[in-house]
Write a protein that binds this ligand. Sequence first.
Ligand code: SAH
Length: 221
Amino acid sequence: MASKIDLSGVGMTSQRTRNRLTDRLRSGGISNEALLDVIASTPRHLFVDEALAHRAYEDTALPIGYSQTISQPYIVARMTQAILALGQPKSILEIGTGSGYQSVILAQLMDDVYTVERISGLLEKAVSRFRLLGLNQIRYKYDDGQLGWPEKQPFDAIMVTASPREVPHELIAQLNPGGCMVVPVGTPGNQELTLIQRNEEGFSTEILEKVRFVPLLGGKN
Ligand code: SAH
């Protein structure tokens, strides 16, 4: 018989440890209480290998295999907060499912979450986590996310969790008017988290902060 899966966590993965993480995020400028509640109640240790579970509530990126990482909690929170600050989106497209952690945070805050990943081994694991947590409404696709998701557009928001060298115009075209995108733009070692808002004339951009993401790559793997 399969052993019971520990969703709540003990010791280094306990609720107390998670609350320490949200305290830290608060002091780093994350103030959206709904978002902090979701981070406090989401078992991040289920999104990394068991050997790393004891580090899951540190405010740090961790390896998830295939040379990829689960983003640092502060960055997950910063990107989500930037989108929510512009209004409550109904739909969001995430590029780069990775571990599935960011998708799970979004699915607890927005109605329609779409996520695209180019590495099938990562997507499969992420989908099993969505099922485990009962978040079956998350829609996912194995594809090159640089193309967005043309059949499901337009979206109220887009979040890109890997770094393109330039602002991805083909994704801006899949935003609703007034919609926004948060994306780490630049070269390795020099990336800026950029908030883009689509408006009638075109779009406006605001630089939020320097960040470090894995590169957005082309094709499927
Ligand atoms: N949001 C993820 C972060 C994963 S790291 C999480 O919460 O864990 C970035 C992810 O983007 C990697 O899994 C990588 O494979 C993926 N990626 C990179 N280029 C991509 C592309 N063109 N299309 C889809 N996914 C891409």
